[in-house]
Design a protein around this ligand. Structure first.
Ligand SMILES: [Mg+2]
Length: 361
């Protein structure tokens, strides 16, 4: 149909303040500095995607990503969304070197295609899990900050605390003891963002066990390329060892899963785009590897897209989609299906992702 031909696009900056800096072992976000990519079809229906810029993790910059998105817009203009899959495939090739742009452009295509069909992205991906509850991240900082943040978030209803570690080991022990004290009975996930050597990580986990702390999952304990280290820890530790930075491409994941290097994989759309993310999901499910759905620092738009992808496909063991709770006002509307205690009620989304920048319809 003619009204599903893309006639316009825009690339806009998405800036917002944070309640607290989002600090991990490799760097920090002091504010949200993402991009929103909007497509408009001839009939006036729009679709939006968000590019998450995490330079300290991916090396991608906002300037380069904006340029890639303008190129994506030019490629997509004139295409008919009746062939949305053709559009997604075109983007795979064109934006392979800039995955934040790939994720945003594919998100906008899928949002638009789903809105044109009058279905939610969650239903589009299978509609399997109607609600997902996210963990909440305890960022790197002092033990007092960890204690008060955990107390506050526990009172608000969060029950899983993902603790970022890897800056100072003694401080990390104090922080983890603070989290345990402030949230008794709650689950703890650990994410070291590449900070340790394999033996060091093993020792760290043993010392935590001596303090009565047993994380439910250990994410990216060692450097990105240290696959031997990941394999060693997967054999030695009783909890799942999850690849995040090491799982940046489909072939990385294929190799790791085939070799039994990891027991869990963190899927992020910003690393893989939608098509490859679905392949990783299929491979992991086929081989009994656990799955985490994660994100970079993202507003409700990209976070909801990730939640709908994961909840639609189903079978995810860990949900780490909490960054909207760090952002003061992202300027997004329609995210009422995400509650203050971190539940994404996906079956309430009517069409597309369900979230749009204020002023868009
Ligand atoms: Mg991670």
């Amino acid at each position: 149909m003619k009204d599903s031909i893309i006639k316009k696009f825009s690339v806009k900056e998405l800036d917002a303040e944070l309640f607290t800096p989002f600090t991990i072992s490799t760097g920090s976000h002091r504010s949200l500095e993402n991009l929103v990519f909007t497509l408009e079809a001839a009939g006036g229906v729009k679709g939006c995607g968000e590019a998450a810029i995490a330079t300290h993790i991916t090396g991608e910059t906002r300037g380069r990503t904006a340029k890639s998105l303008r190129r994506a817009g030019e490629l997509l203009t004139g295409l008919n969304m009746d062939n949305y899959l053709g559009a997604l495939c075109k983007l795979e090739e064109a934006l392979d070197g800039n995955r934040a742009a790939l994720a945003a452009a594919q998100m906008a295509v899928l949002d638009l295609a789903c809105r044109l069909q009058g279905v939610s992205l969650w239903k589009f991906f299978g509609g399997r899990t109607p609600a997902l509850k996210t963990d909440i991240t305890v960022v790197i900082g002092g033990a007092d900050a960890a204690l008060s943040f955990t107390k506050k978030m526990r009172a608000r209803g969060f029950r899983i605390f993902k603790v970022k570690t890897g800056s100072d080991m003694d401080e990390d022990f104090r922080r983890l003891e603070a989290v345990k004290k402030a949230a008794p009975g709650c689950a703890i996930y650990l994410d070291a963002n590449c900070a340790y050597g394999a033996k060091e990580a093993e020792k760290f986990i043993a010392k935590l066990a001596a303090r009565g702390i047993r994380p439910a999952v250990l994410e990216q304990p060692v450097a990105k390329d240290d696959l031997d280290g990941l394999a060693y820890l997967s054999r030695k530790l009783s909890m799942p060892v999850c690849a995040d930075e090491s799982a940046y491409s489909l072939d990385d994941v294929f190799r790791m899963i085939r070799a039994g290097t990891v027991t869990a994989v963190n899927i992020k759309l910003t690393k893989l785009g939608f098509l490859r993310a679905r392949e990783v999901w299929a491979l992991a499910r086929a081989k009994g590897v656990k799955l985490m759905m994660g994100e970079m620092l993202e507003s409700e738009l990209a976070s909801a897209a990730a939640a709908e992808f994961a909840g639609g496909l189903g079978g995810f063991d860990f949900t780490d989609l909490d960054t909207p709770f760090f952002i003061k006002d992202s300027g997004m509307t329609g995210a009422g299906f995400l509650s203050r205690d971190g539940v994404y009620s996906l079956d309430r989304v009517k069409a597309g992702i369900g979230v749009l920048p204020r002023g868009e319809k």
